[in-house]
Each structure stands twice: as C-alpha cells, then as structure tokens.
Design a protein around this ligand. Structure first.
Ligand code: NAD
Length: 489
C-alpha cells in the first residue's frame, strides 16, 4: 500500500491563526479503509464558535471585503484557487485517508475546488444592479449587498468541495464566513484555511472549526452575530437548523438529502447506460446526495440491462482509496451497519438481492459490496429512504407516465435522470420530473456553472451557477427624489 503522509495533529483556524480548542480537547480521526487511528484535530467548543463569529463579525464590520473594489475581491478568489492547486497533493492525501475516497477523486477535489473560486471570482466584479425608471423627478437604482457573517455547516461526504461551494460565493459577494467542518473527516477543509492564508485573505474573513454538530453547530447557527446560514446535510439536522434560523429570522440555504431516480427508455444505448449507471450509483461508495439510487427501467429491456449491470459490477475492485479501487470504504462502522440494516430489511420485505447486500468480507475497514436489488416496489423503505451507500434499486415501468410517477414517488426532489435517444421524450420527461436538476444520458453531467439544489425534502436555494450568488446577497433599492427646479413633474 502506498505510504500515507498526514500530519499527526491539526488545529482550527480562527481570526487568521491556527488555534487549539478552548478546553484543549482533541478529536481522534480514523482511516475508514483500515479502521486504524489516522490523526487528531483540536476539538472546537462552544467558546470557539463564539470567537470565530466575533472574528468574522469584526472582519465584516471593518469592511475588509465589502468596501474594497470588487476586482480586488476577484483577485483574492483567484489567489485562493492558485493556492488550492498548489496544495493538490496534500488535499488528495488528506481526503483520501480521512474520508476513504479514491485517491484520484480526492486529488481532483483540489482542482474542482479551485474551479469554484475562479468561477465566482469571475462574477465578483459583475454583481450589477438595475436602474428603474420612475419619471424625470426620480433616480432609482438597486444594488446587491452581502448579508454579513455567513455560517456554513458541512457534511462529511465531499467536505472540501461542499465547503468551497459556499465559501467562494460568500466571499465573492463580500460576506465573511465561519465553516463548521465534519468531525469524521475535517482535514481537507483545514487545507482550505491554509490556502486562504497563502492567498492573504484578511484575518477573520474565513474561519474554520471542527467540533460536534449538536454543540458547536448549534452554537454557531444560534449565535447573534451570524446573519446567514448555509447547511448541507441530512433532513433531520436541516430541520433543527431551520428552527434556529427561524427563531432569529435569518435567511438560510438548505442542501439536503436525495433518493434520485434515472428513467431508462427502451431505445437507450444499453452499454452506455450500464457504464453510466455504475458511475452514478457507486461513486464514493454511494455516499453522495445526488447518487443514482433508483433505476426505473422499461419492462422490455429490464433483464438485458440488469445482466449488463451485474457483468460490470463483477469487474469492480473493492479496496482502499489510496490504491484507487473502484469501490472504497464507507465513512464509519456505524454507516456500514446502517447500510446493511437497510439491505436486510429490504430482503425481509421481499426485495430480491441481485448482488451484494453485505459488508465486503476479508477487508479490515468499513467496506460494503456494491449492491443491486430487483423486484423493488415503490412503497418499500429501500425505494423511498436515502441509504447513503452503494445500493441501487431496480423498478420496472410500461408507459412514460408510469415511469414519471415512480420517479416522483418519494418525498425528495434533488436530481433525476433520463436515458433515451428521443429528444422529444427526454424533454417531456425532464419537464415532468420533480427535481432541481435533470441529467439526460449522463448522470452527473454539469459542473460549477450549472445550478444545483433541491425541491421538496431535498431543500431549497441553489448552489453553483450564477443563481447561487442570489443566496449570498440582498437587494437594496435607492429611490431618489430630485429637487432641481427644472423638473416639472
Ligand atoms: P448530518 O446532517 O448528520 O451532518 C451535517 C453537518 O451538520 C455536520 O457537520 C454535523 O456535525 C452538523 N450537525 C449535526 N447536528 C447538528 C445540529 N443540531 N446543529 C448544527 N449542526 C449540526 O449529515 P451527514 O451525515 O454529515 O451527511 C449526509 C447527508 O448530507 C445526506 O443526507 C446527504 O444527502 C446530505 N448531503 C446533501 C448535499 C446537497 O448538496 N444537497 C451534499 C452532500 C450531502
């Protein structure tokens, strides 16, 4: 196995300095591929959340970002992008070892993250307002103002990319931020702090804390110095955060879970579909909000496509991310047990286990076999609830209307997909699907430029694309009555 190279101890980043937690406690991190200790990080406490918000508040009130020329903010974002790219190897090692993802994917996170800063750096100096005609006695215009201090709570599945998705927008608009990183895998988010230091981001403009969600996350969101919340994570935590935000009447963006479906029409290119489904369903061991969880397949091609999937799954390698295996471990023993319990209940309910459904034997970490269930009916738990593991359900349909009803038959609405060569059918289906983003013929098509976010229980607000900027600014209107004597009306 390639040698790991991770610093043994990491700290929180507050007010431009690397600091221990207020009570000197530490969080032990584990390598999910080996279940062995990996490193430690200073455990942020409620007092640290307070210090971080105060640092961000001070930076915002001191106008270190809001009042400078937007082109200087843009240049700062470009410098962060450069610094992230320079840290690519460290980011790759960190996110591969504490999260478990494949090293090629973990290394790519640095480039993806840099891309966010370049994209929103490009928008920072184009946040233009409007001039509104009110007759010659008035001048009226709008401008976009930052909210102030943005608290951002991040989950563990793509920690760096999900942190920068929000941090880049927030900074581009002139907000300052406090990020609460996930306790299971915070290291790549720490490296964002290092990138900000290298890029000479003003002290306090970006603060990063690793601590318990229930304690530090709650303290952060409830803090009177916070003006805006971005939450990416599960529905129950989203609800808890929404209650806190409602209490304080502050705006929030909610990027929550999913149970996304792909519809396969009989005219689709089945080899291409099978290849794409493997990526859509088993990337990051299925630990992705936008994972392809349900494949809704036309009756006529059901057997054929199932066979092609099984053939491909048999060729997938299961093993540590550092060796760049296809299927990497789940984040923790608890997550693996949760996924297995879903599979056992599905079998008890009558779902047919085609492959997998069990932890991978003979491997020391938290590995789960890539799994497919057929004979899944829409009312089964496995067809309705988010599993967050490498488990794909297969359902059959006869008519396009039936396919759409099945696809829309959960409480979620994050992404969806359609596979067909018929453009009219693809477009009709895309319009019917309840989702924030629809992929046609390629799961995960799109990028930083394309708006992403949920409907229904998957949340609200959009990240990515130009739309995301609207979450990080509020519009001010200035209405001026002119007093010149020449004005008659
Ligand atoms: P989670 O809700 O358990 O935790 C997310 C974050 O919230 C963590 O940092 C956690 O420490 C913190 N937290 C927990 N309780 C809190 C509280 N009471 N107050 C404040 N913060 C609290 O989610 P998770 O298990 O880390 O992540 C998996 C979930 O995230 C899945 O449901 C997945 O679909 C979702 N997700 C959504 C997106 C998206 O963009 N829509 C992206 C990735 C993951």
């Amino acid at each position: 196995m390639p040698q790991q190279s991770i610093r043994p101890f990491w700290k929180n980043f507050i007010g431009g300095r690397w600091v221990e937690g207020a009570r000197g406690r530490r969080i032990a991190l584990e390598d999910p591929a080996t279940a062995e200790p990996l490193a430690e990080i200073a455990r942020a406490e409620v007092e640290d959340a307070d210090r971080a918000v105060q640092a961000a508040r001070h930076a915002f009130d001191a106008d270190v970002l809001r009042a400078i020329k937007p082109e200087r903010r843009a240049a700062m974002l470009f410098r962060i992008a450069d610094a992230l790219e320079a840290l690519a190897e460290q980011i790759g090692q960190a996110e591969c070892l504490d999260n478990g993802k494949r090293i090629s994917d973990a290394r790519a996170q640095a480039g993806e993250s840099a891309r966010y800063f370049r994209y929103y750096g490009g928008i920072a100096d184009k946040l233009e307002g409007r001039s509104i005609p009110l007759g010659e006695a008035y001048v009226d215009y709008t401008m976009h103002e930052p909210y102030g201090v943005s608290a951002q709570v991040v989950p563990w599945n793509y920690p760096l990319q999900l942190a920068v998705r929000s941090v880049s927008c927030a900074l581009a608009a002139g907000n300052t931020v406090v990020v609460k990183s996930p306790v299971l895998c915070p290291l790549s988010v720490c490296l964002l702090g290092e990138a900000c230091q290298r890029a000479e981001v003003p002290d306090g403009a970006v603060n990063i804390l690793c601590g318990s969600g229930a304690e530090v996350g709650t303290a952060l969101v409830a803090h009177p110095g916070v003006d805006h919340v971005v939450f990416t994570g599960s529905v129950p935590t989203g609800r808890a955060i929404l209650r806190l935000a409602a209490e304080r009447v502050i705006p929030s963006v909610m990027e929550l879970g999913g149970k996304s479906a792909g519809v396969v029409y009989p005219d689709a290119d089945l080899d291409a579909v099978a290849d794409d489904v493997i990526t859509g369903a088993f990337s990051n061991a299925g630990q992705l909000c936008s994972i392809l969880a349900r494949l809704i397949v036309h009756r006529r091609i059901f057997k054929d496509l199932s066979a092609r999937l099984v053939e491909r799954i048999a060729k997938l390698s299961v093993g540590p991310g550092i060796e760049d295996h296809d299927v990497t471990p789940l984040i923790s023993a608890a997550q693996r047990d949760k996924v297995e319990a879903f599979c056992r209940r599905a079998e008890a309910a009558g779902a047919c286990r085609v492959v997998g459904g069990r932890p991978a034997p003979d491997l020391p970490g938290h590995f789960f076999l890539p799994s497919v269930y057929a004979d899944v009916s829409p009312e089964m738990e496995i067809a309705k609830e988010e599993i967050f593991g490498p488990v794909l359900c297969l359902l059959r349909f006869e008519t396009p209307e039936e396919a759409v009803a099945l696809a829309n038959g959960t409480d979620y609405g994050l992404v969806a997909g359609v596979y067909t060569r018929d453009l009219n059918l693809a477009h009709w289906t895309a319009r019917q699907l309840v989702a924030g983003q629809v992929f046609v013929n390629q799961w995960f098509a799109g990028g930083v430029e394309t708006p992403f976010g949920g409907t229904r229980r998957s949340g609200f607000g959009r990240e990515k694309g130009q739309e995301a900027m609207l979450n990080y600014v509020q519009t001010k209107n200035v209405a001026i009555r002119l007093t010149d004597r020449q004005i008659r009306r």
